[in-house]
Ligand binder design. Structure first.
Ligand code: GRF
Length: 224
């Protein structure tokens, strides 16, 4: 055997599910290009054929699929079609990244412990939509984002990584969204790295990694 021969390392075959622009998708694709990253992006799937992120993934040379929820009689039929597509591509893990469909307990059950989501708030605060508006209306001084395992309840599930973003006097929902999004792009690849490396152990709502990357709670200084 030549000295250059290396044992093939399995990289976790990961699908990213999107509905829109896909900026988090881009951050995951970029991270996965690093040779030591333990996951590869094997598929980008969208429920919207015209999602800008889908065209961008295709241009980046990644396999893409559109499964239009509107042509199915119900949620479960739609999800069975997605499931078939995920199986065709031998997907092992899913990252939801701005995927705007509620998922049934059946689909979530298929991917228990293997499907993660990014949410633009510090869960369990501000589940649901319009998180930045609601945080400002409440006057909180710390906002942020969360990567968590997906469970049947929306925006719940064990937390893998969070970044805290200070709120400033000048903030509007738009300015806050920009700073939170920048941190989403940091913690989502970090969380996928932890999942792909097999380091994660879940106990109740707590996620343990026992890894050197345990500094996964980020506090981001305010803009100067
Ligand atoms: C992000 O804010 C994410 O937290 C939320 O949906 C948005 C998707 O943005 N789940 P993008 O498509 O990744 O740019």
């Amino acid at each position: 055997m030549s000295a250059l021969a290396t044992r093939p390392v399995h990289r976790m075959r990961t699908a990213i599910l999107i509905s829109g622009r896909g900026s988090n998708m881009h951050s995951l694709i970029a991270a996965s290009r690093s040779p030591d990253f333990p996951a590869e992006i094997a598929l980008v799937l969208s429920n919207k054929a015209d999602a800008p992120g889908l065209a961008a993934a295709k241009a980046a040379g990644i396999a893409t699929a559109a499964v239009d929820h509107k042509i199915y009689a119900g949620r479960e039929e739609f999800e069975r079609s997605m499931q078939a597509m995920l199986e065709i591509h031998r997907i092992e893990a899913i990252c939801l990244a701005g995927f705007m469909r509620l998922l049934t307990p059946w689909f979530v059950g298929q991917w228990a412990g293997r499907m993660i989501n990014i949410h633009p708030a510090l869960l369990p605060s501000y589940r649901g939509l319009h998180t930045h508006e609601r945080a400002l209306a409440d006057g909180v001084k710390i906002h942020g984002c969360t990567v968590h395992f997906v469970v049947p309840e929306m925006d719940a599930g064990p937390v893998i990584a969070q970044a805290a973003v200070p709120v400033t006097d000048q903030d509007t929902p738009e300015t806050l969204a920009v700073r939170v999004l920048a941190q989403e792009h940091v913690i989502y690849p970090l969380a996928l790295r932890l999942l792909g490396s097999g380091a994660i152990r879940i106990d109740g709502n707590r996620v343990y990694t026992g890894s050197a990357e345990d500094g996964r709670v980020l506090v981001v200084p305010p803009p100067v």
